[in-house]
Design a protein around this ligand. Structure first.
Ligand code: GDP
Ligand code: IMO
Ligand code: MG
Length: 427
């Protein structure tokens, strides 16, 4: 007992950082299990705002041990600058643990990400350009570099050689770029070895021993369910498994250990990058959601696409993750709308469809079927319990809960740690 998973139920940026940080005080370990510095998790503590990319949001809680699991892809230069940035702000990061099996985002992976996107032109995915896809591709192709390789120069050199053999052909012959020198990459990577050494360990062993000792372990997902490589809107997805199963493979913990799976769900919907998004708004409502919700990417600074809440997606997230709870965020952003449309089903080629279609072509044609719920105008940011919310806000939450298939156990009414209504305790 007890391991919890906390993950995004939509297309990312649901407020996972805030939710993880909130639970941080009650857990012993916070573990990132997939993704890399494509994530941007915002945590607001008092008047301090932190933007975390690679580090688990538990890093801001002194009692908590932050862990980067084997399923994460690590850009060492980003990691070291994130650590020193936090140290300069007085945050102690010495408890961090990094899996020796995690794969490294090498400089050539970042180059390949950028040139591939440019080459795709209009068909691009709109990646974060952080080398995520190419690094996972190398992992699956068995030509990846792992953190532990930094401690064996000969192995590292052989592996970089093997990886660059093919990539340099592609870069020079297809993409018209300069070849990347093996020595330069090896030298750069070796330069990180000593700095990372204090953190590198067998995190699988540490986490399983912790669970045997009844410690509380929280797995923090990056991205979200609809960006999952298997269950998301492929190919407009990231290259890892943010869904609940990813926590098991990405941290080396068996599914029997996980007792709770919490889906972080925004009270409306956003998406960054390309791909289908049935409830996307192109009108003033969309602009208002973006403005009021501050919907601008933490990692790339891109404007987020905004739209109304989509219950079909929420139901899908409940199913593929086995969600036990939802944490509904940003309810306060909806204050002031007289009427709030909620997508309850899709219309696809003239037919009403209640569940997410498995065919990508169908999903691209899906038109939202809306039900309109009455809004509220009262400020809700000071609400501490469900009964403090105006009646219409209560009804909105209840309606979302009924449509989404799992209880809403917490509600975010502002970005701060304390701007949360807790309904059922998570731990
Ligand atoms: P993450 O990637 O899922 O961690 O989410 P991001 O940090 O990218 O985006 C969520 C944004 O919403 C951040 O700016 C948070 O500070 C903010 N936020 C989180 N919860 C709430 C909430 O309940 N209300 C408001 N107004 N902002 C919130
Ligand atoms: P957090 O953890 C929102 C999106 C990118 C792009 C696609 C693939 O903050 O919720 P990648 O660089 O991963 O290969 O890009 O995935 N994406 C995110 N969108 N939030 C994120 O993380 C994201 N991480 C990746 O915009 O569409
Ligand atoms: Mg984010």
């Amino acid at each position: 007992m007890p391991a919890l998973v906390l993950l995004g139920a939509q297309w990312g940026d649901e407020g996972k950082g805030k939710a993880t940080d909130l639970l941080g005080g009650s857990v012993d370990y916070v573990v990132r299990y997939q993704g890399g510095n494509n994530a941007g998790h915002t945590v607001v503590v008092g008047d301090q705002k932190y933007a975390l990319h690679l580090l688990p949001s538990g890093i801001l809680t002194p009692e908590c041990t932050p862990v980067i699991g084997n399923g994460v892809v690590v850009d060492p230069s980003v990691l070291l600058s994130e650590l020193s940035g936090l140290n300069e702000r007085g945050v102690d990061t010495s408890k961090l643990l990094i899996s020796g099996n995690a794969h490294i985002i090498t400089p050539y992976n970042v180059t390949v990400d950028k040139v591939t996107e440019r080459f795709l032109g209009k068909r691009k995915i709109g990646t974060t350009g952080r080398g995520i896809g190419p690094t996972y591709a190398d992992k699956i192709n068995r030509v990846g570099i792992r953190v532990q390789d930094l401690y064996d120069e000969s192995i590292l050199t052989q592996k970089v050689e093997a990886a660059l053999d093919v990539k340099n052909q592609l870069l020079t012959k297809l993409y018209n770029r300069r070849a990347i020198a093996v020595d330069q990459v090896v030298e750069e990577l070796l330069g990180y070895a000593d700095k990372l050494a204090p953190y590198v360990t067998d995190t699988v062993l540490v986490l399983n021993q912790a669970l045997e000792e009844n410690k509380v372990v929280l797995f923090e997902g990056g991205q979200g369910t609809l960006l999952d490589i298997d269950h998301g809107t492929y190919p407009f997805v990231t290259s890892s498994n943010p869904t609940a199963g990813g926590a098991c493979t990405g941290a080396g913990v068996g599914p029997t250990k996980i007792s709770r799976v919490i889906g972080i769900l925004k009270a409306y919907t956003t998406r960054v990058g390309a791909g289908p998004f049935p409830t996307e708004l192109f009108d003033e409502d969309g602009q208002a959601l973006r403005r009021i919700g501050g919907e601008r990417g933490v990692t790339t600074g891109r404007d987020r696409r905004c739209g109304w809440f989509d219950a079909v997606i929420a139901r899908y997230a409940t199913r593929v993750n086995g969600l036990t709870d939802f944490f509904l965020t940003k309810l306060d952003v909806l204050t002031g709308w007289e009427q709030i449309p909620v997508c309850v089903a899709y219309e696809i080629d003239g037919k009403r469809v209640e569940e997410l279609p498995y065919s990508q072509s169908d999903f691209h044609h899906a038109k939202p079927v809306y039900e309109t719920l009455p809004g509220w105008s009262e400020d809700i940011t000071k609400a501490k319990s469900f009964s403090d919310l105006p009646k219409n806000a209560q009804s909105y939450v209840k309606a979302l809960e009924d449509m989404s298939g799992a209880p809403i156990s917490a509600i975010g009414v502002g970005p701060g740690r304390d701007e949360t209504i807790e309904i059922n305790s998570f731990i």
